[in-house]
Design a protein around this ligand. Structure first.
Ligand code: GCW
Length: 662
């Protein structure tokens, strides 16, 4: 069925393939991972033409592979090499690596190569991941509801686990392995202690069994107060020996069921979650206590830096840095601090988080949100590749040449523990992600976690070729639509560096006018600070001075509107409505221009998609067309509601030539 279930793993015969035979896929050795690799290649048989040589899957320890003296050492644990060689006098397509996991990744790379129209001539695919932990974070609750999930209920059917292993779990693993994703945190960071009880450990273990052949480790979000809630202790103080002993015993229990358990993810002292600060201990005290419990088993702790409480009322954007920067160098070796891409919360655009580059002694992993909580959920088409790439390419200016990507891949400080986390957009919808184009965001996250330097456009091309067909007729227009789509969302929701103007709670739709919520930093007016005189959040010395959290060279640039990137203007500055932007227009006219441009872009995507009706199967075409119609209507809603509100504040007329609100 063309319902999107197959994701990008569509192995249809290219129109040009003449004959297809059963290819020979030979595995040297027999491990579950080699077996699933061979199985996957057999599924892809439709892609093989008549000239396909026999395929051999073998690790470096195979005698024939060793005899070839290939430079495999540099591939590490997970890299692969795919190429034609002669084995026993026979032309052979060899997929090799140091480990069977590498062979699995190589097999998927070979399939991708064929799916995107690559030829076998001089085929040479060699790749090694630049980032070690490539992890999905599921914000899945035990009752099946996915926090910020727009693709149906949780994939994990806790009721029928551990007995029933839905085949869908295997397909989930295949999709992730095809991208190189090697870890999954099963439960929400707003965690329930129940997830650490014996029944749930057994359920998680069943999932771990399914995922293991695909190189995917299971992690759990840990609720910091679990020793009280399910352990019967009076405290969860990390420095209390009984508390540490409880976590150690709990961890040992988990490892008895899941010997390769990855470790814990923790959201502490943020948005009402319990944490070490409840006992006047630091985040490092909390993280290190858990780290000691998992260390004997080789586990890790991913400790989130997304903290916000009423402790820093002058600027929420400053809190994480204020609390974590002083802790640099105090975390245990197996702790990695997980930092959101920006300092507020997954907005359509945020400047990179000031912690990147500011904690050189601590491994930092980046957390992106794939699920588009603030970018129109599942219905709006927004390809996030450009957003991931923009953040990763940002220069921290802390060290010469240092980018966020180089902090994340550990290359600047020589950290071995490195990682990228993506908040999953996956649910039980037939198409997994709520829409065909949302699949591209899962895809892009995985590919960029493997290699943060890949670039958004090449990744989009791959995805489009695999998802639709490897033909310019469809790939070119689809990639063109995708590449500007996130900027369009920025334009119609949060132009020029605005943020957090979404409706309360669900964050869908505009509500820049909201001002009466209990905590100041929940209110949109707190973020845009529009008044008769101007608009924007002054984060310079005359305001919150958040710019001082960046490297001195960058802080100097951000100190003045003229040297601040215009796309971040209102993030860092409060400027008069008459402030001149680069185009020569006033800020007000520029905002109006951007809102219009965003609406116009969506209208353009609809036209492009209309032109593709004959290139895409009816089911996927129609759903996307419907969603684009919704998106255009809602882009107008965003523009018109926002402009009406700004005009009520600034009393200005619409600039001449602007499309009048409907
Ligand atoms: O993006 C915000 C969401 C919360 C989420 C929180 C977090 C899991 O609105 O739903 O909680 O961030 O990242 O912890």
């Amino acid at each position: 069925a063309e319902d999107g279930y197959d994701l990008w793993l569509r192995y249809h015969a290219p129109a040009t393939a003449s004959a297809r035979g059963v290819p020979t896929v030979e595995t040297r050795g027999d491990t579950p991972t080699l077996r699933v690799a061979a199985e996957e290649l057999r599924r892809g048989a439709g892609l093989f033409g008549t000239s396909m040589p026999p395929i051999v899957l073998a690790t470096a320890s195979d005698r024939d592979v060793a005899a070839l003296r290939l430079p495999l050492a540099a591939l590490g644990d997970e890299g692969y090499r795919v190429g034609q060689v002669t084995i026993g006098g026979r032309r052979t397509l060899l997929v090799t690596a140091n480990t069977d996991r590498g062979v699995l990744y190589g097999s998927f790379a070979l399939l991708r190569h064929l799916q995107t129209g690559g030829s076998l001539d001089r085929i040479d695919l060699t790749s090694t991941p630049r980032v070690k932990l490539r992890v999905l974070n599921h914000w899945d609750n035990l009752d099946g509801v996915v926090e910020r999930g727009y693709a149906g209920v949780s994939l994990w059917d806790w009721w029928t686990l551990p007995d029933f292993r839905d085949p869908r779990y295997t397909d989930y693993a295949r999709a992730n392995a095809s991208l190189g994703i090697n870890g999954t945190v099963l439960n929400n960071v707003n965690a329930k202690a129940d997830s650490l009880t014996a029944p749930y450990i057994a359920k998680a273990a069943a999932l771990a069994d399914v995922f293991r052949p695909y190189g995917i480790k299971v992690y759990l979000s840990a609720r910091f107060s679990a020793p009280i809630e399910i352990g019967g202790l009076k405290t969860a103080d990390p420095l209390d020996p009984q508390v540490a002993a409880w976590w150690k015993a709990k961890t040992d229990e988990i490892y008895r069921s899941i010997p390769d358990f990855g470790g814990f993810l923790v959201k502490a002292n943020s948005e009402g979650q319990p944490g070490p600060r409840d006992y006047h201990r630091s985040h490092a005290d909390g993280a290190n206590m858990l780290a000691a419990a998992v260390a004997p088993h080789g586990g890790i702790v991913m400790w989130r830096a997304f903290v916000y409480a009423e402790t820093d009322p002058d600027d929420r954007a400053k809190q994480a840095y204020t609390e974590f920067k002083p802790l640099d160098g105090t975390f245990a070796k197996n702790v990695i601090v997980q930092v959101k891409n920006g300092a507020i919360d997954f907005q359509p655009r945020e400047p990179f988080h000031p912690l990147f580059g500011a904690m050189p002694k601590t491994p930092l992993m980046i957390e992106f949100q794939i699920t588009k909580e603030y970018l129109g959920f599942a219905t709006h088409l927004a390809y996030l590749g450009p957003m991931f790439a923009e953040t990763l390419a940002s220069e921290t200016m802390q060290k010469p040449g240092e980018t966020v990507a180089k902090v994340v891949d550990g290359s600047v400080e020589g950290h071995n523990l490195t990682g990228m986390a993506g908040v999953a957009n996956i649910g039980r919808d037939r198409d997994w992600a709520g829409s065909t184009f949302n699949q591209a965001n899962w895809y892009a996250f995985g590919r960029m976690a493997w290699d943060p330097t890949l670039g958004a456009a090449p990744v989009a091309r791959e995805w489009a070729a695999m998802t639709f067909a490897p033909s310019a007729k469809i790939v070119d227009p689809v990639v063109a639509m995708m590449m500007g789509s996130r900027e369009a969302v920025v334009d119609y929701m949060t132009p020029l560096g605005l943020s957090h103007v979404m409706a309360t709670g669900h964050h869908y739709g505009p509500a820049p006018w909201v001002s009466d919520l209990k905590r100041p930093e929940w209110n949109p007016v707190y973020y845009h600070r529009a008044d008769k005189g101007g608009i924007g959040f002054d984060r310079t010395k005359t305001g919150s001075n958040a710019v001082a959290q960046y490297a001195p060279g960058l802080a100097r640039k951000l100190a003045a509107p003229a040297t601040t990137p215009e796309r971040e203007l209102l993030w860092f500055h409060h400027v008069p409505w008459t402030y001149r932007t680069a185009s020569g227009r006033s800020v007000w006219a520029e905002m109006v221009h951007d809102y219009d441009a965003g609406v116009g872009y969506v209208a353009g995507m609809r036209r492009q998609w209309d032109g593709l009706k004959t290139e895409v199967d009816a089911e996927r075409w129609t759903k996307t067309a419907t969603y684009l119609a919704v998106q255009e209507r809602e882009a107008r809603w965003w523009r018109d509601a926002s402009l009406a509100y700004w005009m009520s504040v600034n009393g200005l007329p619409l600039p001449a030539g602007a499309a009048a609100p409907a």
